[in-house]
Structure formats: structure tokens, C-alpha cells
Design a protein around this ligand. Structure first.
Ligand code: F3S
Length: 704
């Protein structure tokens, strides 16, 4: 127990039970929900109330977490394909869990491990012959779940009276063996009494201690505290069975026990009246709370109680009613400390920096501690490089741990708060935010921009669109990438933002397109990148706008496919041949007059020039030879050598390089006549008669 003594002249003690508030199982479930929220899940449903605490549930609802029943699940899963369901700490009946699997819905199991252990005990120790006794509330969901694991006869009794009646009236029950378990949060006393009955009525019963130790400790502690208290406050949800049981236990020892869900329910005036009427030297007020009561509710009540006690005691005349002349120095020192509560934003001074945490003086008696994990969102953040002793630091109070004399603090939460306004402005103004992908999560990635983590759905990342959802591996590849996003959705209450990289790319592309069309004109040249190839041409990205180079524009030669000339990713120089601003169509040219082989040929050679030519094909009437790439000339059979030959292959071979004289250039038809023999003609000037080439025959061969 924590003695938070506040001595007034009436000597009032306000004692808060040490085991008050969230238990391990509830905290674990609450953390699981928080994780789902942090991951940006938008449709979270808890199957039943996560915990029986209306203020807490209201807060969850404000963050977008809804409650559903098992029957609602198929419909919800259909309406929201990204819906995720959470099994609460009580667990679910076996057949319902099986149905979830059958429906193939996404769910997270937050069943408390203590409850799971009972499922296992009942499943492994019961049989068609061995009966099961469950001590608990038959209508409680936890009990319904436990019951579903029994393989034989089963009964649920709330206390020893019911149990005895049942056993005496059902002689057959458990005659071949019996096991007994209890609901985790049931009254320890009642369970002990039931165990005695079972031991009396059956031989070798198997008795399992299944009351959660947290509950056990809480109940024992509450009983002890209530026995010495003048007034007792039990905080918890009205539907919370463990809170109601705490109330019963306290009420049995302290008639002035009050039950409250939140600070608004606490009857401060009644308590004040009891205090004023009390003639005792020391007035003791105790506070305990059920397993589903959040810390901040307990803290809020604690603070209000401290103030009310002071105001309603004889100390009201003093400016600071808590500090009295009768106090010791230590008491006065303690009382002079300011009061802070979880959730408060405070400033402190760093008193030490360790590799794992930073200690902060908050002007209260407890030491403020910021674990490394709560210092920064940057995974590479170096504590020692960023903080030093004496620095002022703004933090959020997360939790008091009076037993250890520490207060857990978070700088991350403070940063989120501070920057939330900036993020909101960025959303309102459509700003583009720089940052980095820091984590791959289900359905997308987390993008870190400043201190903010923004969820980017997979469809809004830079991953190419595809029919199949990206795999975890695909998303993982984005981690570490620096990028830019625009916020596309923002949730004020949950302080969550959704971003898109794709929108940024799309908008930038639009801006580039507008700029392009402002200055685009026929003949203008661009450096572009080949984006894709089709059978009829190549699409080229000109920087936000695509144009097409038709296959015939790619080369002066005949090509079978654009890939004969370019490949995807090539940077090429193109020019606009034609454009249609309305239809946003651009025809590009790639081949130019400078690269026109005929121009190259004519700029290099004239009639009578001798060229080194390469035989490219042999025909019955002559041989075709390449003079420059793209321009071939014909060496008629009569011009191959001085002797008469049957066919060109008698003298020439494809691939052979020979010297030939250019004897004629037909500009109009782009034809060249060559002669090897002309180079062999004797100096005396005797000329051979060059047989006329059958033009039709040569054309046909050229085309072939
Ligand atoms: Fe689990 Fe015990 Fe809490 S059973 S949910 S840790 S009260």
C-alpha cells in the first residue's frame, strides 16, 4: 500500500492500494489496441467491451475503435475488407474461435494468458467421464469460454451454497472423477469454501488454483485497507466483475464504501461530511480500483480527494492548506512539491543521461525517467549526442510508479503534440512533407516526417500497381527510402494521419505536363528516357509527358522491332515531329538528316571515287556491297572481273571486303553502281561494254 499521508490538524490519511488499476492482462490488451491504432488500422472492432470501464471505452471510441458482437463479424468483414477484430482478455468460447478461422477474418487474440491457462487445464483434464465444476458467474463471458473447453458434464456455481445444492441433487455428476476451476476474478473466499465442499463430497477431486494472483492480491489488500478505513473508494466500471467483488469485500469491513466509475461519481460532499463528523484523531480514506480501471482515473480521484480532504478539514484558512505548523520538515518538503498527473505536459531539467534512459527533475519528489524508447522516433537517435545534464526538456507524464519512486515520462508524445498542429496545417495547406520510410506494417508502411509517424497505405507507396496486394517483402524493400508524401487523411481525435507518395508523384507530373505544353512546339528537341516498347514504336518520357517514336522513325534502315534500336531505360535525343495539344498526343522523331545514311554517303563520296565495300549479298546478276552503313551499291556481274563469269559467287563471297569504283550515283532513286573491274582496266584506255542492268531485276533484289 502507498501511504500518501496528508496531515491536516485532523490528521487525515489518504491511502491508495498498491495493486489498484490495470492488471497485466488488461494492460497487455490495451497495448495491443494501441499498437493497431499506431499501425494506422482504420477499422478496429473489439468483440465485446475490451474492458468494463465506460470512460476508457469512450476514449477508445473517440479514437475509432468500435465494439461488435460475434454475429456482426461476417457483415463487418464484408463491409470493411481491412477490418481487424480483437479478442478481449476474457477470451472466446472454443467454437467461436473456430468460426473466426473459418470466416478467415483478421483478428488479434488479447485473451489473458491466465484465462488461456484455464482453457488448457479444462481441455486437458476433463473427459466424457470426468466432470467439470466452474466457480464463477455463469453469464460472464470468461466463464462461457472456459465452459466450452469441458469435454464432459459441466456445472457453473457462484458459491458454496449453490455448489452444495447442485452436488446433492445430482448424484451422478462427477461420480467417475471431477475437476474444479474458478473464474480468474472470482472471490477467493468463495472459491476456497467451494473447494472444501468438493473435497468433502468427492474422492480425489482435481483442484486447480485459477484465481489470478493479481486479483487475489488486490482482494486481500483491499480487505486489509478497508478494515482500517473510515471511508473507502472503489473505482471501476459497473459491469466489471472484479471491481464489484472488490466493492463487496471492502463494504464487508467498511460500511462507508463507495463505488465510482470516474471522478464525477465520487460523492465528495458525503465523504467531507463523514470527515467533519468523525471524532477520531486519524481519519483514514482508502482508494482501490478494479483491474480495468485506467491509471489516470485513479490519479485524478487521488488528487481530488487530496484537495477535498484539505478543503474540508480545519486547514481551510491557510493559503496552502496542506503544509501545517505541526508538520515535520520532511512532511513540509513533500507537501511543497507540485502535483502532476498522468497525461500532463511538464517541463523538467535533465539530471543524468545514461545509455538507456534520461533522468529528469520535475520539481516533485519522484524522479522522472524517460526510457530511450520514449525519447525519439528516430531509430538511429543517439541519446548522449542530443541531451546533456542541465538541459530543459518538455515531456508528457505517462505513469506514476510510487512503489519505485519514479514517474515515467515521454518526450515522443510531447513531440507528437507539439507537431500535431504543424501536421494539421500541412494537411490543410496541402504541403509536401519530406521524410523516410521507417517501418513496413500490415497494409502499408510507416513514414517518418519530423517526429510524426504517418501511415502510407501500400496503394499509395511507390510500389507498382498490381492486381495482388504487395507482399511484406515488397513493403520491406521500401524501408530506409527517403521520399515525400502529402497527407490525404487526418484524424483529429486519434491524432493519426495517412499520407501518399503516389499523390506527390501524380501532382508533380501534372505540373511538369502543364509546363511542357506551355512551350512544346514542332521541331523542339528533348532528352528523354525510353519508358516502354510496343510493336509499332517506343514511348519516351520527356519529363512528365510521354511521346511516341514510331518504328519507322527509329531507324533509316528497315527494322523488325523497336528493340532493334533502343531498349527501355535508354536516354535518347528526340524531337517533336507533330503534336495534338487537345488530345495530348506527341509524335516524336529520332532519326535525323545527320544520321541519314544517304547524306553520309553523298557527303563522303562522288562518282569516280574508290571505296572499300563489303559484299552483303550475291545475286545471279551481281553482288550488293555496303559502302557506308545503310547504303549499298550494286556491282553488276560484268563489273566484277575482267573474265566472263557464270555467277558472282565464282569470284566473291559474302562478308568479303573489296575495293570498288563508284561508277554512277542515282540521286533520285538512291542507287549506286560499283565496279571492281574499272579498277583493273588497262591504262591504254580500252573499255569494256558494261551490260545494262535490268532495273526491275535490281530493284526487286534490293527490296528482297
Ligand atoms: Fe488476466 Fe488477471 Fe487481469 S486474469 S485480465 S491478469 S485480472
Amino acid at each position: 500500500m502507498i501511504d500518501m499521508t496528508v496531515k491536516t490538524p485532523r490528521n487525515v490519511q489518504l491511502i491508495r492500494a498498491e495493486n489498484a488499476g490495470f492488471c497485466f492482462g488488461v494492460r497487455r490488451a490495451a497495448n495491443m489496441v494501441q499498437k493497431l491504432l499506431d499501425e494506422g488500422n482504420r477499422h478496429i472492432f473489439t468483440i465485446g467491451e475490451l474492458i468494463h470501464n465506460p470512460p476508457f471505452l469512450k476514449r477508445l471510441e473517440e479514437q475509432g475503435v468500435s465494439i461488435c458482437s460475434v454475429d456482426d463479424i461476417p457483415d463487418l468483414a464484408k463491409r470493411f475488407p481491412d477490418a481487424i477484430f480483437l479478442v478481449r482478455t476474457h477470451g472466446l468460447p472454443k467454437e467461436v474461435t473456430e468460426r473466426l478461422d473459418e470466416w478467415k477474418v483478421r483478428y488479434v487474440d488479447a485473451t489473458c494468458p491466465y484465462v488461456k491457462k484455464i482453457h488448457r487445464i479444462v481441455s486437458e483434464n476433463s473427459s466424457p467421464e470426468i466432470a467439470t465444476v466452474i466457480i464463477g458467474d455463469p453469464l460472464h463471458p470468461e466463464v462461457e469460454g472456459i465452459r466450452s473447453y469441458a469435454k464432459g458434464a459441466v456445472t457453473v456455481c457462484t458459491d458454496e451454497v449453490e455448489l452444495e445444492n447442485f452436488c446433492r441433487n445430482n448424484a451422478e455428476f462427477g461420480k467417475n472423477g471431477i475437476i474444479i476451476v474458478s473464474q480468474t476474478t472470482h472471490s477467493l473466499k468463495k472459491y476456497e469454501n467451494c473447494q472444501k465442499i468438493i473435497k468433502n463430497l468427492y474422492t480425489n477431486p482435481k483442484i486447480f488454483g485459477t484465481i489470478c494472483s493479481v486479483t487475489e492480491n488486490r482482494q486481500t489488500e483491499a480487505g486489509v485497507l478497508a478494515a482500517s478505513a473510515d471511508v473507502m473508494l472503489v473505482l471501476g466500471g459497473r459491469q466489471s466483475s472484479n471491481s464489484r467483488k472488490l466493492y463487496d469485500i471492502c463494504r464487508a469491513s467498511c460500511p462507508a464504501t463507495y463505488f465510482a466509475e470516474s471522478v464525477e461519481d465520487v460523492p465528495f460532499s458525503e465523504i467531507a461530511a463523514l470527515l467533519r463528523q468523525s471524532e477520531k484523531d486519524t481519519f483514514v480514506a482508502g482508494i482501490t480500483a478494479g483491474a480495468s480501471t485506467p491509471d489516470d482515473i485513479i490519479e485524478e480521484v487521488n488528487i481530488r480527494m487530496t484537495n477535498e480532504i484539505a478543503i474540508n478539514s480545519d486547514a481551510t484558512a491557510n493559503e496552502n492548506p496542506v503544509i501545517q505548523d505541526s508538520m515535520t520538515f520532511e512532511e513540509m518538503l513533500n507537501a511543497s512539491y507540485k502535483t502532476i498527473r498522468p497525461g500532463e505536459r511538464v517541463q523538467g531539467v535533465i539530471t543524468s543521461v545514461t545509455p538507456t534512459e534520461v533522468h529528469v527533475d520535475l520539481g516533485i519528489k519522484q524522479t522522472g525517467i524517460i526510457p530511450n524508447s520514449e525519447l525519439s522516433f528516430d531509430p538511429n537517435f543517439k541519446v548522449e549526442e542530443n541531451f546533456k545534464v542541465g538541459d530543459k526538456i518538455d515531456v508528457v507524464v505517462v505513469k506514476f510508479n510510487d512503489a519505485e519512486g519514479i514517474v515515467n515520462l515521454s518526450k515522443k508524445r510531447m513531440d507528437v503534440d507539439k507537431n500535431w498542429t504543424a501536421l494539421k496545417d500541412a494537411f490543410d495547406n496541402g504541403e509536401i512533407l519530406d521524410g523516410k520510410v521507417v517501418e513496413a506494417v500490415r497494409g502499408g508502411v510507416i513514414f517518418q516526417t519530423g517526429p510524426h509517424r504517418v501511415f502510407v497505405p501500400a496503394s499509395h507507396t511507390t510500389l507498382p500497381r498490381s492486381e495482388n496486394a504487395p507482399t511484406e517483402e515488397d513493403l520491406q524493400k521500401l524501408v530506409g527510402n527517403e521520399s515525400r508524401i502529402k497527407l490525404i487523411d487526418i484524424n483529429e481525435q486519434r491524432k493519426r494521419a495517412v499520407g501518399s507518395m503516389r499523390v506527390v508523384i501524380r501532382e508533380e507530373r501534372k505540373a511538369l505536363q502543364a509546363k511542357f505544353w506551355e512551350s512544346a512546339e514542332v521541331g523542339k528537341e528533348y532528352d528523354g528516357v525510353v519508358k516502354s516498347l510496343t510493336a509499332y514504336g517506343a514511348f519516351v518520357d520527356l519529363g512528365g509527358v510521354d511521346g511516341m517514336v514510331h518504328i519507322t522513325e527509329l531507324s533509316w534502315k528497315h527494322i523488325k522491332h523497336p528493340s532493334d534500336v533502343v531498349k527501355v531505360g535508354d536516354s535518347i535525343h528526340v524531337f517533336i515531329k507533330a503534336l495534338d495539344a487537345e488530345k495530348k498526343r506527341i509524335s516524336l522523331g529520332y532519326k535525323t538528316e545527320d544520321t541519314n545514311p544517304w547524306n553520309i554517303f553523298t557527303s563522303k563520296y562522288a562518282v569516280e571515287d574508290v571505296a572499300e565495300v563489303k559484299i552483303v549479298s550475291l545475286m545471279p546478276f551481281g553482288a550488293f556491297a555496303e559502302i557506308v552503313p545503310g547504303v549499298d551499291g550494286l556491282i553488276h556481274i560484268s563489273q566484277i572481273c575482267e573474265q566472263k563469269i557464270q555467277k558472282p559467287a565464282d569470284v566473291l563471297a559474302v562478308g568479303e571486303t573489296v575495293a570498288a569504283k563508284i561508277t554512277a550515283i542515282d540521286e533520285e532513286n538512291k542507287k549506286v553502281s560499283l565496279s571492281i573491274k574499272a579498277l583493273l582496266v588497262p591504262e591504254d584506255g580500252a573499255e569494256e561494254v558494261v551490260e545494262e542492268v535490268d532495273a526491275a531485276e535490281a530493284d526487286e533484289a534490293t527490296e528482297a
